[in-house]
Design a binder for this molecule. Structure first.
Ligand code: RIB
Ligand code: CA
Length: 314
């Protein structure tokens, strides 16, 4: 019997985040989701927390605790993405106000307490958002870095360019100092950049399985993900939007869907032109020690089928 992997999701729910943690929760044989921690990113933290609770309630999940975290990046002013996900971050389908409240613990404290309470090397942090909570947790507990099994994160870009500026991907751009802190922490990191997530687009054909499921989760996420398409169609001219964050869950479940290599990754924290850019030494020309496994390719069809099969179990 394969060990159930213990995971914590740090997230700023827009729909792709919610698909990531719900499909993980549905994968009960492989994964044990210890908690969901929320952070300001796509929308302010009050809304990302509300969206996390809404998604869990829609799926009838009551046992996974939610803890709210940072309302601002470490240094800079918050930049949000209502232009992509709407004012609420969950535009496209109305979900009822959640009955459940978030726990009273501050998310970075909850991350430290949950990880340190488990045996060393047994908890993976799945990061789907700006890394403010993770940087704060690392600062709060110096032993956290060596106690974590791994960090698997969606963020950055290799050769794909940026999606919030010409140079930077949104999660790293919002809090570049937090991202830099994480990449110098020494924690084993698997990074899934835009180069990878842009290979798995939610076309109408791929969304059909959700629309035809006829379940509350299938119907809601068909409309929520469909709403996102209009931004990506206008920006990239694609017939579908990337399902960014659920690549983290798919990697935990079927890493063979992905390919990449261990390289050095640095984060730009000074330049106004390239702030938040991930400088990925793909050809190892810098001589700097590798600090991450960067995944540049994915079997897009296999990925989407896996995630939607898991999601529709709820
Ligand atoms: O750049 C993509 C990232 O920004 C994803 O995590 C998406 O949810 C948004 O937060
Ligand atoms: Ca996200």
């Amino acid at each position: 019997m394969q060990r159930r992997r213990k995971v914590i999701f740090d997230t700023d729910p827009s729909p792709d985040d919610a698909v990531a943690f719900l499909s993980a929760i549905a994968s009960r044989e492989e994964l044990e989701v210890l908690a969901i921690t929320t952070v300001a990113g796509n929308v302010p933290v009050e809304l990302t927390t509300c969206n996390a609770l809404k998604a869990l309630e829609l799926a009838g999940v009551t046992e996974v605790p939610v803890y709210a975290g940072a309302s601002e990046p470490l240094v800079r002013r918050l930049v949000t993405a209502e232009h992509v996900h709407g004012r609420t971050g969950f535009d496209g389908y109305d979900l009822p106000t959640p009955k459940r409240q978030a726990g009273t613990k501050f998310a970075p404290d909850a991350i430290v307490e949950l990880v340190m309470a488990q045996p060393a090397g047994s908890v993976t942090l799945c990061c789907l958002a700006p890394l403010t909570n993770v940087a704060l947790a690392l600062a709060r507990e110096p032993k956290l870095a060596e106690h974590l099994e791994e960090i698997v994160l969606m963020g950055g870009s290799c050769f794909e360019g940026g999606n919030i500026t010409a140079a930077a991907e949104f999660n790293f751009f919002v809090d570049p100092e937090a991202a830099a802190r994480v990449f110098r922490s020494g924690v084993p990191i698997t990074m899934i950049p835009l180069d990878c997530t842009h290979q798995a687009l939610l076309t109408e054909e791929r969304l059909r399985v959700l629309r035809e499921a006829g379940t509350p989760v299938g119907t809601a996420f068909y409309h929520l993900l469909e709403f996102n398409k209009r931004f990506d169609r206008g920006k990239y001219g694609w017939e579908g939007g990337p399902l960014h964050d659920a690549t983290v869950t798919a990697f935990l479940l079927q890493p063979e869907l992905f390919a990449g290599r261990r390289v050095h990754v640095g984060i730009e924290c000074a330049s106004t032109l390239t702030l938040g850019a991930s400088v990925v030494d793909w050809w190892s020309v810098s001589g700097q020690q590798a600090n991450a496994t960067v995944l540049r390719s994915v079997d897009g069809e296999g990925y989407i089928q896996l995630i939607f099969e898991r999601l529709l179990r709820l």
